[in-house]
Design a protein around this ligand. Sequence first.
Ligand SMILES: *Cc1c(COP(=O)(O)O)cnc(C)c1O
Length: 358
Amino acid sequence: MMILKDLVADAIYQQNGYKAPVHSGAIKMDANENPFGLQQPLKRKLMEELKNIELNRYPEAGNPELRAKLANYYDVNQDRIMLGNGSDELIQILCLTMKGKVSGVLVPCPTFVMYKIIAVNAGQKVAEVPLDENFDLNLDAMLGKFGADFPSLIFLSYPNSPTGNLFDRDKIETLIKKAPGLVIVDEAYGAFSGQTLLDLTEKYDNLLILKTLSKLGMASIRLGFILGNPEVVAELNKVRLPYNINSLSQQTAIFFLNNIDEFDRQVDDIVQRREELFIGLKKIAGISPYPSRANFIYFSCNFDSDRIYESLAAQGVMVKNLNQPPRMTNCMRVTVGNHHENETFLKALQKVISEQGA
Ligand SMILES: *Cc1c(COP(=O)(O)O)cnc(C)c1O
């Protein structure tokens, strides 16, 4: 008889596993997607372009056309770019590439949960340092974790998820200067903040920038990329599977870049609606939203957020319930939606709270 427990890696056997929630027909404000689909004329144009793909052939090795387009867009050399099947895959490749036994991964908390999950699954040790009272980096505490071999990777989400703020740029730069390993600045939400640290990759050989199309209207195609030191990129490429980005996704990403003006307009629209949503949340007694530089808003409630989550779901509105002591007790995160979605969410939240007798 096979005893699975003795065969599966301990760090994996002990986990519950991350489950993305499933819900059809609901207003989705839980995954930080772009609420605007493609307009019909653009959609037709895309379908026309996808028609020519030779589905019987493997994608071209190294994704030359898309990488050239991205290199041009970001004004960097092509050897400074690697593509991933979502930036999640790039986080995984980073964790598989770097030495795990003697070093490991350092992250602030709260932050994007996948850093820790992926790192643990890849056999890395993970240290978490709480953010300060303003959700900024606790620089001294992070530096206090540095040792001869630790950490080989630091992940910083800029802006941070789920809190929505930008960490102080000088603190990040100090971490980069002092880090014994790589610092990965994850700009999944960068477009909504108008800020980037890409310029610093020329100055620091241990800084890499992670980006993704997922929050910009292309979550379905799973395309992320990493930008930085070509020597590091060359090592990461040894771990990347040869055809990790399928041809349909590549062609769609090229379409995205060719029509970037339309997607930039959507980002501007979302940023405006973020301010409307923030004002709407502030008006509800017992709800405290935090200012956001991303396409979502983090807020705390003076009520049981589990019950709020359930009631919102019953009204067809999905948000992220973060409720976790000590920092995120009764905290939630809502994605900025289109006008109708934001209004529906605010009304539903108001209703739940008046019914709870607040
Ligand atoms: C959504 C998200 C990602 C994952 O992006 P994919 O490209 O869809 O894998 C990475 N980092 C952060 C901070 C995110 O919020």
